[in-house]
Design a protein around this ligand. Structure first.
Ligand code: ADE
Ligand code: ZN
Length: 346
């Protein structure tokens, strides 16, 4: 394989990226509802919806974006709708090269299912399982606390995860708007400690609507294995060094950050300085159907913007597999498949 630093990098084409085995580790089911499902549900509920998706997607920041999620997920009342959303996620990713995905769901966005977590997870499990039987990617579910919830609500969720031992659920997550609620690491420390003690994986949104202090709290209070976003670490050089030295994974979503105003442009996105500083990071979509993207496109757009060659792109794919919450056998298989693919396409 050629070395990016000594020879002109081999061009990174979409076809090659699509074949590259990789994992998606930061994607919200709330951002994966097909517009056909949303529109039909809105019609059934007697709601008028603008014809043009662009008018519907009028969010400009995280706060308005989260309000949109509350509205769209609030329309989902039937088991069949959940099944379709889960099945469709795998189908849409058939040609992106994703070989495993950790999918986040935050029950607070889905009011019809709020006190029916078993039903919610079982319906999604059925959709993902049928998808897998049809050759779609295997999916692990990360159940998410919202930043404005209470400590006891978070503990209740962990107790459900631990007692239910659902085969589809792999992790505890936390998301929402930190800018609106301030520092909440201490509030959720008990829940995340309980998850860690019981062997439940942990991924934490931080360094998106919070600065470096949010990432600090994610590590110290929430025992995060992965930071969802984490890009604002770039504001604190000593934190960047620590993330690189400790090999803390950042689950980066460039298009999301540009569209929600976290980064002024892709050119000015912190992904490149963070990568150059040695922070292990993956590329992801966050909410693909709302941001009009998929994982292969995220890889290609960044490669083009930052002049990455195949070595760099392959090392990001490798990190995504190392970071994912798949079981050890599947992870080993994917790492081997990645090596084989690189050898085959060298
Ligand atoms: N939920 C869905 N997308 C999110 C994001 N980018 N940040 C926080 N919570 C979210
Ligand atoms: Zn996210």
């Amino acid at each position: 394989m050629k070395n990016d630093t000594t020879t002109a990098p081999t061009p990174v084409g979409l076809e090659w990226v699509r074949g590259l085995p990789k994992a998606e580790v930061h994607v919200h089911l709330e951002g994966c509802i097909p517009m056909s499902v949303v529109r039909k549900a809105a019609r059934d509920a007697g709601q008028e919806v603008p014809e043009d998706d662009r008018e519907l997607f009028s969010f400009t920041d995280l706060a308005s974006f989260l309000e949109y999620l509350d509205w769209s997920c609030g329309l989902i009342t039937e088991r069949e709708q959940l099944y379709e959303i889960a099945y469709d996620y795998g189908r849409r990713n058939l040609d992106t090269g994703i070989r495993y995905a950790d999918v986040i769901i935050n029950p607070t966005h889905w009011p019809s299912w709020r006190h029916r977590l078993d039903d919610l997870v079982d319906a999604l499990h059925a959709g993902f399982s049928d998808g897998e039987a049809d050759g779609h990617v295997p999916v692990g579910l990360c159940l998410s606390v919202k930043r404005n919830q209470t400590s006891s609500e978070a503990i209740e969720l962990v107790e459900w995860i631990v007692s239910r031992e659902h085969p589809r659920v792999v992790a505890l997550s936390i998301d929402g708007n930190e800018a609106a609620v301030g520092r909440t690491g201490a509030r959720f420390a008990d829940a995340f400690r309980m998850a860690a003690d019981k062997g439940v994986h942990r991924c934490v949104h931080a360094g998106e609507s919070s600065g470096p202090e949010g990432i600090r709290d994610a590590l110290d209070y929430l025992l995060a294995e992965r930071i969802d976003h984490g890009v604002r670490a770039v504001e604190d050089p000593s934190l960047v060094t620590e993330l690189a030295d400790r090999r803390v994974f950042l689950d980066v979503c460039p298009t999301s950050n540009v569209l929600l105003g976290i980064a002024p442009s892709l050119a000015a996105h912190p992904v490149e300085p963070l990568r150059q500083a040695g922070v292990p990071l993956s590329l992801n979509t966050d909410d693909p159907l709302l941001f009009g993207t998929d994982v292969a496109r995220e890889y290609c757009t960044c490669a083009q913007q930052f002049g990455w060659g195949r070595d760099t792109v392959a090392s990001i794919a490798r990190t995504s597999i190392e970071a994912c919450f798949a079981n050890d056998d599947l992870r080993a298989t994917l790492l081997r498949d990645l090596q084989d693919y690189l050898a085959r396409t060298a």
